[in-house]
Design a protein around this ligand. Structure first.
Ligand code: PLP
Length: 409
């Protein structure tokens, strides 16, 4: 008899975006002529930039010729991309990485979910609340999260991030083995200052804690004082793994490419206290379970670092951030409290008159025909908020804001 991994059965079977789709479909059935605008799901809308397209076409041609065809590539990623990452994403910020510390992948979701395989099942984990659901769910699947009690997992330390604490998670007053941080943050769109991030690195150094740092929205940072990488903080190489992705940076959500940085100094302990470097372990894990990202995707990623590529990628990010600014201004002028949206493509909006996330979701849908994401779907501290994305077409964002204004005025 094959016994199922029963940890999977503990996962809540309501998937947030499926619940949203159900409600939106019900609305569309009863309002067949309504033009519904979605500012809900966090996917990009603008096409790949010309430099990326050109590189992909070229790579496809290479694959079609006997001399330049490529089969399996290195599991860790091609040297041309790992070197470009080190040179373009880190060196200009004074961070020296070796290409062997960079592992190219098929997007950050895989590795933010898989990374927890490197640590024992009985480590404690800490997350900011609200949170990108992958971090907790991947730990649930392996049995590390415990059981759900009142919407919270028993072995997970929740660090609330709300308007009351200015979205600054408080450092736990006890040791936690693994901490997940995501900055700029999805879903709140807020950022962490260097001073605050330094506190986390120091906490990790002191408590022998591992930090999993998701920097998928790093390219959206506009303010100078906001750190782009956790390795800008002294000592972070000993305690932090960083995840990045071309998905939001360059519209690769359908192309698939990202990378994970596992510094050579980073170690974890065996039960008898021996220090074990995690870089070779992750390498071993990838070589066993992953056969590399497609050559075409990696060539596409490399093209984002050419002078034209950089310029074009920036243009699209500016486009989204102009949406964000316009949306922020409209909502603020309506007397609504808005957070985020300055260094991230997400606006975290306090529901007017303190209504619940789902209630405001329905009101917005029925009164303005606009879809948002209920904040409570990202964790208990998201109650009373909704998330809007700035990833839409300009016209749609403008129209959505006009409708909101008409409704709320
Ligand atoms: C979109 C996103 C990612 C990246 O996902 P990919 O698998 O690279 O497409 C990672 N982390 C967060 C928080 C995200 O929102």
């Amino acid at each position: 008899m094959a016994l199922v991994n029963e940890h999977f059965l503990k996962l809540p079977n309501n998937y947030l975006f499926a619940d949203i789709a159900k409600k939106v479909n019900a609305f569309k059935v009863s309002h067949p002529h309504a033009n519904v605008i979605s500012l809900g799901i966090g996917d990009v809308t603008q096409p790949l930039c010309p430099a990326v397209l050109e590189a992909m076409h070229k790579a496809v041609e290479e694959m079609g010729s006997k001399d330049s065809f490529r089969g399996y590539g290195p599991e860790q990623g091609y040297a041309f991309l790992r070197e470009a990452i080190v040179k373009n994403d880190y060196l200009p910020r004074g961070i020296h990485l070796d290409p062997s510390e960079v592992f190219v992948n098929d997007g950050a979701k895989s590795d933010t979910g898989n990374i927890q395989e490197l640590v024992r099942w009985d480590n404690s984990i800490g997350v900011t609340d609200p949170i990108y659901p992958v971090y907790i769910d991947s730990n649930v699947m392996i049995g590390r999260a415990g059981v759900v009690q009142d919407g919270k997992w028993s072995n997970v330390v929740y660090m609330p991030c709300t308007a009351e604490n200015n979205f600054t998670p408080q450092i736990p007053d006890r040791r936690v083995d693994i901490i997940y941080l995501c900055y700029p943050n999805n879903p709140t769109g807020t950022v962490i200052s260097k001073e605050e991030l330094r506190k986390w690195v120091n906490y990790a150094l002191k408590n022998d804690t591992l930090i999993f740092y998701d920097a998928a929205y790093e390219a959206y940072i506009r303010e100078d004082h906001v750190p782009h990488s956790i390795y800008e903080i002294k000592g972070a190489r000993k305690v932090a793994i960083e995840f990045r992705s071309y998905s939001k940076t360059a519209g690769f959500t359908g192309v698939r490419c990202g990378y994970t940085v596992v510094p050579k100094e980073l170690t974890a302990a065996t039960i008898s206290g021996e220090r074990v470097p995690l870089n070779p372990l992750w390498n071993r894990r990838q070589c066993t379970k992953f056969n590399g990202t497609s050559y075409i995707s990696q060539k596409a990623a490399e093209a984002t670092y050419s002078p034209e590529g950089k310029e074009q990628v920036k243009e699209v990010i500016d486009y989204y951030m102009t949406n964000a600014e316009m949306m922020r201004n409209t909502l603020t002028s309506l007397g609504i409290q808005v957070f985020g949206g300055k260094n991230a493509p997400y606006l975290w909006v306090k529901t007017p008159d303190g209504s619940g996330s789902w209630r405001f979701f329905e009101q917005l849908l029925y009164n303005a025909h606009v879809v948002c994401t209920p904040g409570v779907g990202f964790g208990p501290s998201g109650e009373g908020y909704i998330r809007l994305t700035a990833f839409g077409d300009r016209n749609n964002c403008e129209e959505a804001m006009e409708r909101l204004t008409k409704w709320l005025k």
